[in-house]
Design a protein around this ligand. Structure first.
Ligand SMILES: NC(=O)c1ccc[n+]([C@@H]2O[C@H](COP(=O)([O-])OP(=O)(O)OC[C@H]3O[C@@H](n4cnc5c(N)ncnc54)[C@H](OP(=O)(O)O)[C@@H]3O)[C@@H](O)[C@H]2O)c1
Length: 294
């Protein structure tokens, strides 16, 4: 396959690029603000450049791993959120369809209200934040394109962690604080299903290779709140779990509302033989990556 991976300087895009190349696919990756060797610059805001990238690459599939993922900032700037998380993804999907390429888009359990998670692929969405609404409206636009014949994958994931070039994900943030002996205040009432990034990327590649389409949940099997996840991390690293201080979301003053009982069910993914490992196994793999030989 020829792949165009937009957002390859990020967590999921970085894993996908590496896996695709290792599997012998021809993959072009892009970055927006954090240059990395071998990546081309491409910003979602630059519409003509998006179309040109698709035309120049002649891909079999375009994978959009880029997005504006800062949920609280999305709440403050809905216009930018809809532009970057809905309109430009749809423009890229149209360009992919016009070139006869499949299109894969990453969405989130934030399309749900968090009243009754974890959610399967057919659950009724009801976003409670600007970020969640923009992602859902992108999903809806993509399904409309698919009904016109485009091959589209909507891949929902949540709380992605694992090795990452930029070291931004929650596991790295928690590790930095706990290693420094600092207190870590995190919500203890936001449930999700933490998802090991390399497995999410591997499942993505497999779905593309199998020419699958439709909506898929790509997530881990364990339903955990943030504080429980951070304590598990402390345990895996032999750090002090008492440094983790759980608080109610209501007391944290986060700008955007969060789904409290979130998370994603993955029966469909497991039936396809594409499991994502559990939280402990994922954290152990991250530890082995960061401290080889220990
Ligand atoms: N991480 C999670 O827990 C999670 C959960 C649910 C859904 N998702 C979705 O999964 C996707 C990938 O997430 P991730 O964790 O891999 O994200 P990430 O590590 O933050 O990476 C985001 C990527 O997007 C690029 N990017 C950001 N703004 C861009 C723009 N305006 N134009 C072009 N590229 C841009 C970044 O480039 P630079 O770094 O070079 O600027 C980076 O390569 C996102 O759509 C996100 O919404 C993630």
């Amino acid at each position: 396959m020829r792949l165009l991976i937009v957002g390859a300087s990020g967590q999921l895009g970085g894993h996908l690029l590496a896996l695709a190349r290792a599997a012998g696919h021809a993959a072009v990756g892009t970055y927006a603000t954090v240059p990395q060797p071998g990546l081309a610059r491409l910003a979602l805001e630059e519409g003509a450049a998006l179309e040109a990238a698709v035309v120049d690459t002649r891909p079999d599939a375009v994978v959009l791993c880029a997005g504006w993922t800062w949920v609280d900032a999305n709440e403050d700037d809905p216009a930018r959120s809809y532009r970057v998380n809905r309109d430009q993804p749809l423009a890229l999907a149209r360009a992919a369809a016009a070139a006869g390429a499949a299109f894969a888009f990453f969405s989130t359990d934030y399309v749900f209200d968090g009243a009754a998670g974890p959610y399967d692929e057919d659950a009724a969405p009801r976003p409670i934040s600007v970020y969640g609404r923009a992602k859902l409206e992108a999903e809806e636009g993509l399904r409309a394109l698919a009904s016109g014949g485009a091959r589209v994958l909507v891949l929902r994931t949540t709380t992605v962690f694992g090795p990452e070039a930029q070291g931004k994900n929650f596991a790295y943030q928690a590790l930095r604080r706990l290693t420094a002996g600092e207190r870590l205040v995190v919500p203890d009432d936001q449930l999700s299903t933490p998802s090991y990034g390399p497995d999410v990327a591997a499942a993505t590649l497999a779905l593309l290779e199998r020419r699958e389409a439709g909506t898929w949940n790509l997530a881990g099997p364990d339903l955990l709140d943030r504080a429980a996840f951070a304590r598990l991390l402390a345990e895996v690293w032999g750090l002090d779990p008492a440094l983790v201080e759980g608080r109610a979301t209501a007391a944290l003053g986060q700008k955007a509302a969060r789904p409290l009982r979130g998370g994603l069910r993955t029966d469909k993914l497991r039936a396809a033989g594409l499991p994502v490992r559990g939280a402990r196994a994922g954290l152990e793999a991250l530890r082995a990556h960061l401290t080889p030989g220990t």
